[in-house]
Design a protein around this ligand. Structure first.
Ligand code: CDP
Length: 204
């Protein structure tokens, strides 16, 4: 493939973006960037006492390897630093360059189709009901050895959705030209199959 081909995958917390993005990147042999990790890394550094804007401005690759990035505490912290325009601005160039790298890329996040890469060749907005998303996140956290319960996870997911959708800068919303994929009633294989089909149609 000669020109960059960017696939933007956005959606609310625990909707299945990560799993779908990884599968799609493997299928089409594209590089993948989980942009949530950038915000989680800034959030983790804030929890360690750093000022979030300077943390975002000095982020390094090693920050993304912090094993604690997947905790619920870091997720909440990520959505708090994500409302700060200077934090978002500090992370912009890296994401844009990744999106347009030779060979193409898959990026997943909240604002890829709307702000980071409005010219993406394919935009998917992956969503599901809050209850389904909380159930999936509970299974994931339990599997990783964290002790929590459904009501706590549901409250966390809703608090984060609320912050992500109602911030002034780059709020979570589907781009006008995004294909909405509601995975509430879909298994992971079905969801991936629909995503692959949608992308294949756009590539032809
Ligand atoms: O994996 P999950 O969907 O739970 O969250 P994530 O994608 O790791 O994102 C963590 C938080 O980072 C989100 O709740 C957003 O507040 C923020 N984020 C953002 O603002 N913009 C992005 N492109 C990606 C994440």
């Amino acid at each position: 493939m000669m020109s960059p081909f960017t696939i933007a995958i956005d959606g609310p917390a625990a909707a299945g973006k990560g799993t779908i993005s990884k599968a799609v990147a493997a299928h089409f042999d594209l590089a993948h960037l989980d942009t949530g990790l950038l915000y989680r890394a800034v959030g983790a550094r804030m929890l360690m006492g750093e000022e979030p804007i300077s943390a975002a401005q000095t982020l390094v690759a090693a920050d993304l390897e912090n094993p604690d990035l997947r905790t619920a505490e870091v997720a909440q912290s990520a959505s708090k630093v994500a409302v700060i325009p200077e934090v978002r601005a500090a992370l912009l160039d890296f994401q844009r360059a990744f999106a347009r790298r030779a060979g193409g890329a898959v990026l997943d996040g909240r604002d890829i189709g709307t702000v980071i890469c409005p010219q993406a060749e394919v935009k998917l907005f992956v969503t599901a009901s809050p209850e389904v998303r909380a159930q999936r996140r509970l299974a994931e956290l339990t599997e990783r050895g964290f002790e929590t319960d459904f009501d706590t996870v549901l409250a966390d997911v809703k608090a984060r959705d609320d912050r992500d959708m109602n911030r002034a800068d780059a709020p979570l919303r589907p781009a006008d030209d995004a294909v909405v994929l509601d995975t509430s009633e879909l298994g992971i294989e079905e969801a991936v199959a629909i995503a692959v089909k949608t992308i294949s149609a756009a590539r032809d």
